[in-house]
Design a protein around this ligand. Sequence first.
Ligand code: ADP
Ligand code: MG
Length: 300
Amino acid sequence: MNLGVLSKNREYFPTTQLLAEMDQRDINGVFLSTRFISPLIDSSDIDAFLGNQTLKALAGIIPRIGRSQTDIGLIILQQFELMNIPTTISSKALFLVRDKFRCYQALSDIPGILLPKTMLINNSYMFDKLMTSFKFPIVIKLPNATQGAGTILAPSRHGAKEIIDALFLRYDTPVMVQEYLRGSSQDTPDQIEDIRVLVVGNTILGSMRRIAPKGEWRTNYAQGATCIPHKLSEEDQELVLRIIERVKIEVAGIDLYPTHKGLYLLEVNACPGWKAFEIAHPKIRVAKSIVDYIITKIRQ
Ligand SMILES: Nc1ncnc2c1ncn2[C@@H]1O[C@H](COP(=O)(O)OP(=O)(O)O)[C@@H](O)[C@H]1O
Ligand SMILES: [Mg+2]
């Protein structure tokens, strides 16, 4: 069987793990660099090429599309859909969740969901008037931020205005303004943490607490968080299943933020890494679960 791993870089941890997993099973794992895929549309043919080689013989594809590759990634995914090659994420699901605000829109009416109050603003001119109902500090985010980079805590109205002015001038892009959630840690009141849930093939593989290092308010592993195993309550599991069912995401990292009011959804990550997850859960083999899942999907 030929399976593709679509990714920008062969050296990325999930990409190497997936290819190694395929190797162990006598699957021909093909590294598909997003930069070297050329989709073709013709009145009598639909194809995609890696270099000058057709990809029609691929049985399935595991996409690992990073933020910088979203636009071309969506086009490539749509091409594989036209070619009837199964993947572990649809172009529709990637489109929905890749933008944090669009994702909140899709999930806003799910029963039991708590979303942080969030406004998408497209100008800095009305900023002061728009901010009257937000308490400071506030969180400012680029809708396509990742790994904690592009998420800023603004202590005051004045500081926030400066940041937003700079973002508009530099990127000319809508900006998310969000209430700053006050966490509720299981251990000590001043510990900052959230919960990452890993989903593969519509089932919950496991979850972990990500504890921010001292002096850091973001809980991303890339920002130095310590990750320890966590067990989700049945109620929280049901919420996660409702979320993934709504956005139709098959492999995902869901970030949940515990507060005294309950568990808030922070974001849905479309191509989550799992290095930290396997440190917290050494017995869970994520690459194996993903390869199992695509094979089941191909055989259906
Ligand atoms: N509204 C918020 N209140 C408190 N902490 C937040 C809030 N938004 C983000 N964070 C912290 O910043 C981290 C990164 O934010 P997130 O929205 O998940 O973006 P990224 O895609 O960069 O991970 C979160 O894991 C959380 O620790
Ligand atoms: Mg996150």
